[in-house]
Ligand binder design. Structure first.
Ligand SMILES: C[S@@+](CC[C@H](N)C(=O)[O-])C[C@H]1O[C@@H](n2cnc3c(N)ncnc32)[C@H](O)[C@@H]1O
Length: 310
């Protein structure tokens, strides 16, 4: 099915508004040591060890995972979190206040191709897991170029690679097949049955139901390293660098996620969560030390891009 740019944006608004309140819990978003370290590891691969920027603009900030951890790490002094979903931005505001950054974090409800700022207003434009949702990526990169000061950087992480995405289907399929056995073994109830009961009892709003019904429409790209680099180059960026990260960690992660996908989250035993979490970190370490930099970027699950405005 081919959708217009407006239909893609509408699906993103509906799904992300409906998902906003449960988003942090669903994706394990953390503002303690774990979240800070995860963001530091990703940032280092593209921007170097201790980057420092005055004014940042985050695209598709969601609930603020990247901006708030970048700020906690001291990488940016001030940031504007932008998103097409107001529901997500409401969560950013609450989390920024809770962490004590209310005066240095602002939000703007906006799609990624047009911002109400003057030329050369920022020295870093960044995002995590967002480019693959944008219907007109070239227009977005042109806008990032306009908004950056000379010498400013773009940095995007967590973008699915075409090959990595294809390879991840194997652990996903295996996990889904084995999930009934896994649920029985761990005494975990089936979430879809509970959800059907909640819907029948009228406990879900129409907005929530409509939003989750369009989840399959929100992802519009998976990239090859060259295709991602081309957008930045065509907008005029220099020093374009695309790197890949996470291979075994993603297979391990997707397998476990598929096992857990239809389980009631509150039923999942803590010992399993510890195993899944520690195992994931272990595989991430293995990918980082043994595979990344040695294998071609395109076979990893996630791509990251950095580039500089001349
Ligand atoms: C997968 S979420 C990632 C959120 C956050 N960056 C994170 O890593 O947790 C993608 C985010 O991009 C936003 N988004 C989708 N399409 C967009 C668009 N056209 N312009 C701006 N934001 C968009 C969504 O609303 C959502 O919050």
């Amino acid at each position: 099915m081919s959708l217009s740019a407006e239909e893609i944006k509408d699906a993103n608004i509906a799904y992300h508004d409906a998902a906003a309140d449960e988003y942090d819990a669903k994706w394990g978003i953390d503002y303690g040591d774990l979240g800070r370290t995860q963001v530091a590891i990703k940032t280092r691969k593209v921007l170097g060890k201790r980057p420092k920027f005055e004014r940042g603009l985050e695209i598709g900030s969601g609930t603020g995972y990247f901006s708030l951890n970048m700020m906690q790490n001291g990488y940016i002094d001030e940031v504007v979190c932008t998103d097409i979903s107001q529901g997500m931005l409401d969560v950013v505001e609450r989390s920024a206040d809770r962490l004590g950054y209310g005066d240095r974090v602002s939000t703007l409800h906006s799609a990624a191709e047009n911002f109400p700022y003057e030329d050369e207003s920022f020295d870093l434009i960044f995002g995590h897991a967002v480019l693959h949702h944008l219907p007109d990526l070239q227009a977005s990169f042109d806008e990032f170029y306009r908004l950056l000061r000379p010498g400013g950087m773009v940095f995007f992480a967590g973008e699915p690679s075409e090959t990595g995405d294809r390879l991840a289907n194997y652990p996903k399929r295996a996990g889904h097949r084995l999930s009934p056995i896994w649920r029985r073994a761990l005494g975990v109830h089936q979430a879809s049955v509970r959800e059907a009961e909640a819907v029948a009892a009228g406990e879900r709003s129409q907005e929530y139901l409509d939003g989750h019904a369009v989840e399959h429409l929100v992802d519009v790209h998976a990239f090859r390293p060259g295709s991602l680099a081309r957008f930045a180059k065509q907008s005029g960026f220099d020093d374009v660098n695309v790197v890949g990260e996470e291979l075994s960690a993603n297979w391990f992660g997707w397998f476990n996620r598929a096992l857990e996908a239809d389980g009631v989250p509150g039923d999942i035993p803590n010992i399993w969560r510890q195993y899944a979490y520690r195992g994931y970190l272990g595989f991430q370490w293995f990918d980082r030390t043994a595979l990344e930099g040695r294998l071609p970027a395109g076979i990893f699950y996630n791509l990251m891009i950095g580039a500089r405005k001349p």
